[in-house]
Ligand binder design. Structure first.
Ligand SMILES: *Cc1c(COP(=O)(O)O)cnc(C)c1O
Length: 380
């Protein structure tokens, strides 16, 4: 049934018996920088590449401060703690996201509240958020309380799904008006912009991931970006075991974490970031090819970048007609060595999160049945 799609994808990635969904590309100074880190003996959490990488991330995204971490999940966890998320609090996020978003909330002892996404962006819907805030919350002093549970809603974590920017400005305004701290899960969307402003820089904090499958990678890595110096200082402190600066004393003033990015990973990250514009241009070309091709495929539609945005096209996405067609597509493509994958299982359906409050999630449920991600690697 999907032979034409399979041969089209195979022609895009010639000479490959197995076409992965997203593999990393190392065409720059990766080896040179990693060797320099080894030669310096500073391979762990102190070293010049960590600082250089943080500066480069600031330059690239326009954020004032960056704190590099061991991975995106730890960056989310630390950002939530810095935002003051406490045991018993609630944090609004979307059900259609990778489990790490909700896990980081749980690590703080807080509960996620799952909101719907928009169909076109696949990210948190400001409409759904507005409805929820209007009907289910009340103001108490400076806090926003959930009327049903009486718990404080401290933060909101929208996610830019597969690199497509969500309606972040509307979400930011709703959060400001309700005293909710906005933290963007931009793990998938480094390089995606809305009116030329980078995703990750609209909230009070933003989080990126540099895992092996992301747009740039350093093996494992993440970063928190923010314009707020106090947040940045606290994040740096928390992710380095909350050790007070001193030439030799070991003094710790809160329960911290060993979340700092090692220098050897930062070396890799620096080299990768130097080539991100090349990666983005190449991915845009691939997305254009897919977009054109799927115009003439009646059984599937390509998901373009939302109006007014520039997506990094981290993972290209198509929508099949229904769940059955989607399952057949996954079966036939994977059988042919063309890696494709469905949406994540919506988080509110996982037993670990099934007790959490959610709205009707109409669009998330609709998308969950139809999404397929197709091979999206850089092809240089
Ligand atoms: C990859 C990812 C993360 C976590 O990043 P890691 O570096 O793998 O810990 C968090 N949220 C989303 C949406 C992601 O895709």
């Amino acid at each position: 049934m999907f032979e034409d799609v399979i041969s089209f994808i195979q022609a895009l990635f010639p000479g490959k018996e197995f076409i992965p969904l997203h593999e990393p590309t190392f065409i720059g100074k990766e080896k040179e920088y990693v060797n320099a880190a080894i030669d310096s003996t500073f391979v762990s959490s102190v070293g010049k590449f960590v600082n250089i990488f943080e500066e480069k991330i600031c330059q690239y995204t326009g954020a004032k401060h960056a704190v590099a971490t061991v991975n995106g999940t730890s960056a989310l966890h630390a950002a939530l703690l810095v935002a003051g998320v406490k045991n018993g609090d609630e944090v609004i996020t979307q059900s259609l996201t990778f489990v790490a978003t909700a896990n980081a909330i749980s690590y703080c002892g807080a509960s996620p509240v799952f909101m719907d996404v928009d169909r076109d962006t696949m990210g948190l819907s400001p409409g759904a958020l507005k409805e929820f805030l209007k009907n289910h919350t009340k103001k108490s002093g400076k806090s926003c309380l959930n009327k049903k549970t009486g718990r404080r809603i401290r933060a909101c974590v929208p996610m830019h799904t597969f690199g497509h920017p969500c309606r972040i400005e509307e979400i930011a305004e709703l959060c400001r008006n309700h005293n909710i701290i906005l933290i963007e899960d931009a793990a998938e969307s480094l390089g995606s912009t809305l009116d030329e402003k980078h995703t990750g820089t609209f909230g009070r904090m933003g989080v990126y991931s540099f895992n092996g499958n992301k747009i740039i990678t350093c093996g494992g890595g993440g970063a928190i970006v923010t314009d707020d110096k106090e947040f940045a200082d606290h994040a740096r402190h928390l992710t380095t075991t909350a050790k007070k600066t001193h030439p030799y004393y070991y003094d710790h003033d809160e329960v911290g974490f060993n979340y700092r990015m090692p220098n050897i990973n930062a070396a890799l990250a620096c080299a990768q970031l130097e080539n991100i514009d090349i990666f983005l241009a190449d991915k845009r070309k691939l997305a254009e090819k897919y977009s054109k091709f799927f115009d003439s495929v009646p059984s599937a539609s390509f998901v373009p970048e939302p109006d007014g945005t520039k997506a990094n096209y981290w993972l290209n996405t198509i929508l099949l007609q229904d769940c059955k067609a989607r399952d057949l597509f996954l079966h036939e493509t994977n059988q042919a060595g063309v890696m494709t994958r469905p949406s994540w299982t919506l988080l509110h359906k996982l037993p670990i999160y099934s007790h959490c409050q959610s709205d009707p999630l109409t669009n998330a449920l609709w998308l969950e049945e139809r999404i397929a991600n197709i091979p999206s690697s850089v092809r240089l």
